[in-house]
Design a protein around this ligand. Structure first.
Ligand SMILES: N[C@@H](CCC[C@H](N)C(=O)O)C(=O)O
Length: 271
């Protein structure tokens, strides 16, 4: 039996397995089965907690997409894991270690969690893109959408700015754009429009997971892309299908994401 916790950040949902004792070593088929919404528990990502490396950080978080493959980052998942581990003790601040680095996480008085998601990488070969180009004007089109911005937040994101994000046929263009030949590691795809009050509306097609209610690393990529395009001044409230996140791309280059976390249930997976 593998005990798990189900949590979500704005409806972006996670199965979290605590493997800090190294007891489970979940193979790819098991990860896939647990994430399967029809036959398993179901989630957008499976998060596995491990011991931190050499005392760096308080916990190590591995992120797996629903196909069982490991990915580098998960913003909403980091907030959930930080909240879960904070609940074990008395600390309101800790470091969540990931393959992309240690993410400093803090619980705020209103119970939201803020995570320092680190610095975006903006060179074409850091996204990565298949050939050299300006990441502020990427040569990618799905008529009538074109000219997106590319940002790597540990994982790759392609951000399209459009007049009306609600009108985008995301279920049609998401899979095509995710698999564009320009993207050797594929990418998460965001469509964004600016609201009259200055906030942003974002819809997301996550790499492998498809349409999700929210994507934290995607929201980080969006505040960076919108700042580079002159649409916001380093800060933005971003409205996703599942609710809002507050983002800041600080002058020191780090992106800070703030939002809620929610516990759903605990259970046990029978192998
Ligand atoms: N939901 C996550 C992102 C998950 C990873 C993504 N699907 C990928 O393949 O990079 C988030 O909140 O950031």
């Amino acid at each position: 039996m593998i005990p798990f916790v189900k949590m979500h950040g704005l409806g972006n949902d996670f199965v979290i397995v605590d493997d800090r004792d190294g007891a489970f070593a979940l193979d790819r088929a098991t990860r896939q089965a647990m994430a399967d919404r029809r036959r398993g528990i179901g989630c957008d990502q499976l998060l596995v907690l491990e011991k931190p490396n050499n005392g760096h950080g308080d916990v190590f978080m591995r992120v797996y997409n629903p196909d069982g493959g490991e990915v580098e980052a998960c913003g909403n998942g980091t907030r959930c894991v930080a909240a879960l581990v904070m609940d074990e003790g008395t600390k309101d601040a800790l470091g969540v270690e990931t393959v992309a680095g240690i993410l400093a996480s803090t619980r705020n008085p209103d119970d939201t969690v803020s995570v320092d998601m680190g610095e975006p990488r903006l060179r074409w070969d850091q996204i990565p893109l298949a050939r050299e180009m300006d990441t502020l004007s990427v040569d990618m089109t799905y008529i009538p959408y074109s000219d997106p911005v590319a940002v790597n937040m540990g994982n790759p994101h392609i951000v399209f700015f459009v007049d009306d994000a609600e009108a985008v046929p995301l279920e049609e263009c998401g899979p095509v754009l995710e698999n564009d030949p320009l993207l050797p590691e594929r990418a998460n795809i965001e469509f964004v429009s600016k609201n009259p009050d200055g906030s942003l509306r974002m819809r997301v097609w996550e790499r492998t997971a498809g349409i999700t209610q929210a994507c934290g690393s995607g929201a980080c990529a969006v505040v960076v892309a919108a700042t580079r395009r002159g649409l916001v001044d380093r800060k933005a409230r971003i409205h996703l299908d599942g609710g809002a996140l507050d983002l800041e791309w600080r002058e020191d280059g780090h992106v800070i994401m703030t939002g809620p976390t929610a516990f759903s249930f605990r259970g046990e997976w029978m192998q």
